[in-house]
Design a protein around this ligand. Sequence first.
Ligand code: NAD
Ligand code: ZN
Length: 359
Amino acid sequence: MHKNFKNIDKIVYGKGAFNQIDDILAPKRDENDKFMVFIVDKYFEGKKLADRIPAHDGDMVFFEDIDQYEPTTDQVDRLRDQILAEKGLPSGIIGIGGGSIMDIAKALSLMVTNEGSSQLYQGLNLVKKAGIYHMGVPTVAGTGAECSMTAVLTGPVKKLGLKCDWTVFNQAVLDPELLATVDTNQWFYTGMDCYIHCIEAESGLYFNAYSKAYGDQALALCREVYLGDNAGQNLENDEKLMIASLFGGLSLTYSEVGACHAISYGLSKILGTRHGFANCLAFYHLEEFYGDAVGEFKEMIKKHNVDLPQGLSKEWSEETIDAMVEVSYNLPHMWNHAIGLDWEEKWTREDIKKIFKRL
Ligand code: NAD
Ligand code: ZN
């Protein structure tokens, strides 16, 4: 059966688009218990952007720390419980930050109307009731979380998204000016999430013309941003990267990630390695899957003098590696795409282990 993809309802894009948030929210403010909840990356606390958040009296603003861990089911449950207990059902949830914050906002918009822990809903179409209005405002570009139908959370058992039509944002606000303060390594790691999404999407079973159309554009933009004459962090490139991220996400929505994300999920679940960084660690060693793209990726690393440590696996015990292999092996949709529906006949835990040992 073909995918029946739910897109974002509305998108505003361009320099200064952040200033339109208040107007966009105005017609929603009468819904439910008449207050908005802003989930903002803690990085912005005390910074200029914090003063520009259009919070009204009665709204709630949470500056969430996502540096210790990627978003967890506990974090979402805690926020949900506090919001419902203190003020009731919000009119909307606005996530201002990178993929981590956007995923928290997406998950929260579902969990305010669905009982029990968010752990119960990690998977496809497990959410029972529609969530509430939610808006995503990316401040670092590459994950495609602004358009995807999943809110990735790490729970006690798995790192897996709450995936359903209701997860998708009602509104995305894509303001390239918000990317200016991202440090070079993070700009690279998150941007490479987009590049890798497109390469993985095109290297497997589920690739198709829809995925290719968006993926080709996103890759062309990534190449300009990271390898072009004007390569580097500047407003012109931030305008491009913001759209590359969106298109990379759309390419992926109609295809699938593969070996790199499967290895990356193992690193993130067992060692807490951050998503973009974990992808880069894995992609560097996946020439047999991604061929010339790995060479191009290495060129980008060199050009921007990015930190990408090698030899990490020397420090890992066999138990740690086996645990990562188990996480990675148990992502059949990714291996289906990367290797084929008969992947279990061609690909073993030992093969995955060999990849981890290269890192
Ligand atoms: P992030 O949200 O984890 O943030 C990375 C770092 O960048 C943090 O230290 C943050 O404080 C900082 N940062 C963000 N914006 C900044 C700015 N403007 N200036 C300075 N610092 C800034 O980064 P990410 O790579 O966007 O997101 C990764 C997360 O997204 C992971 O949790 C991953 O699982 C998730 N993800 C989700 C999807 C999806 O479809 N839902 C897809 C890919 C990744
Ligand atoms: Zn990714």
